[in-house]
Design a protein around this ligand. Structure first.
Ligand code: ATP
Ligand code: LTN
Length: 334
């Protein structure tokens, strides 16, 4: 709690270009929750280096991501939008929490299993302890709520376990955070393989809609989306492709699946797919326009980066000092 408000923390990695999955599963909820909470929206660039990155590319992507947060509608004067690497407390608390996390717990993480299969030549210790850094991000700000897509639920659970373990030894140091998964869009699937989540690191770029895709590209990708041979628009397990398109349509238009099924009753995929494409194009247009405007505002963005890093450091240091004291690190001499 800061003042009367509860605290919200979330973050995204500066790897690849953001997809519609990232937007509908996470960013869109960030915008709608911003008014109710004191918020920290982090560009988690330290998490990004668990996979090898090109330095110039990482720097550019991190800045673009920060601007996308703003372009999506998060006011950077009221919400703390910042880079993880500018606040040293994240790495410091992560080290401490590493000592309160078990190998067995980390071995169970599905993201670790997926990523180590994908990057078999670079299964580094950072990839393994990734969830501990994420726990540090969240616990450092005493966050009450953490909006993420469903794929991050396991990481949130381990965060709660680590916090509870620490609290049971040292007293109530950390707030136990709750996940927030939203309604429509919690898990957007690839347009080319509806059994796989839409992901910014997918090699098949036709499976993902990128937030900066132009309208023609978006329409083309939806027209090519993999569906089935049933031919009717229904919301069920068997028609995974169509169900995914309905989810996307709902998330972009704020309709329910029942309303969409009724709207397209008796119509074919040839009509439904372009309708979904158009809904996405118009949902993304304001964000794209605003992003291009912000690209020209260098001085303004720089001042946001500086001020918010100071603000985040101030709040995170409060928790860090408390933790250091509890575990018995020597006091600082002033
Ligand atoms: P990568 O492919 O690099 O692992 P990603 O696309 O899975 O990346 P993340 O940076 O891991 O994206 O996730 C950012 C946020 O977007 C998280 O809150 C995550 O839960 C959410 N998210 C990612 N993919 C989807 C998806 N397909 N549907 C809904 N939410 C998603
Ligand atoms: N692991 C998350 C990104 C992330 C995050 C966080 C999300 C890092 N730290 C703290 C919420 C809170 C991901 O891959 N999407």
């Amino acid at each position: 709690m800061i003042g009367d408000e509860k605290i919200l923390f979330s973050g995204m990695q500066a790897t690849g270009n953001l997809t519609l999955g990232n937007y509908l599963g996470a960013l869109k909820n960030w915008v709608s929750l911003a008014d109710e909470y004191t918020t920290f929206y982090c560009v988690v660039d330290e998490h990004s280096i668990t996979v090898r990155q090109d330095p110039a590319e990482l720097r550019k992507r991190a800045r673009n991501l920060l601007m996308l947060y703003i372009a999506a509608g998060i006011d950077p004067e009221k919400n703390c939008i910042y880079y993880q690497s500018h606040v040293s407390g994240h790495a410091e608390l992560a080290w401490i929490l590493n000592c309160f996390t078990y190998m067995g717990e980390l071995q169970r993480m599905t993201q670790f299993k997926d990523k180590s299969a994908k990057h078999a030549d670079n299964i580094n210790a950072g990839l393994f302890t990734y969830p501990v850094l994420m726990a540090a991000d969240i616990l450092l700000y005493q966050a009450d709520v953490v909006p993420v897509g469903k794929d991050q639920q396991q990481h949130l659970e381990i965060t709660r376990d680590i916090a509870q373990r620490f609290n049971s030894i040292y007293g109530d140091v950390f707030t136990i955070p709750e996940g927030y998964y939203g309604k429509a869009g919690a898990r957007i699937m690839s347009l080319q393989d509806p059994d796989k989540k839409m992901s910014k690191s997918d090699e098949n770029t036709n499976g993902s809609i990128y937030l900066m895709d132009d309208p023609d590209t978006i329409m083309r990708k939806f027209k090519r989306a993999v569906t089935d041979s049933v031919g009717s628009i229904a919301y069920n397990e068997e028609q995974a492709g169509i169900r995914n398109l309905i989810d996307i349509y709902c998330a972009c238009t704020d309709k329910t699946p029942e309303e969409v099924v009724r709207e397209f009753d008796g119509k074919g995929y040839g009509e439904f797919k372009p309708a979904v494409g158009e809904a996405v194009v118009s949902r993304l247009k304001p964000l794209q326009d605003e992003f291009h405007r912000l690209e020209k505002e260098k001085g303004y963005i720089d001042s946001i980066i500086k001020n918010n890093a100071e603000k985040a450091s101030y709040y995170s240091n409060k928790t860090l000092r408390k933790v250091q004291k509890k575990i018995g690190f020597p006091e600082r001499i002033r």
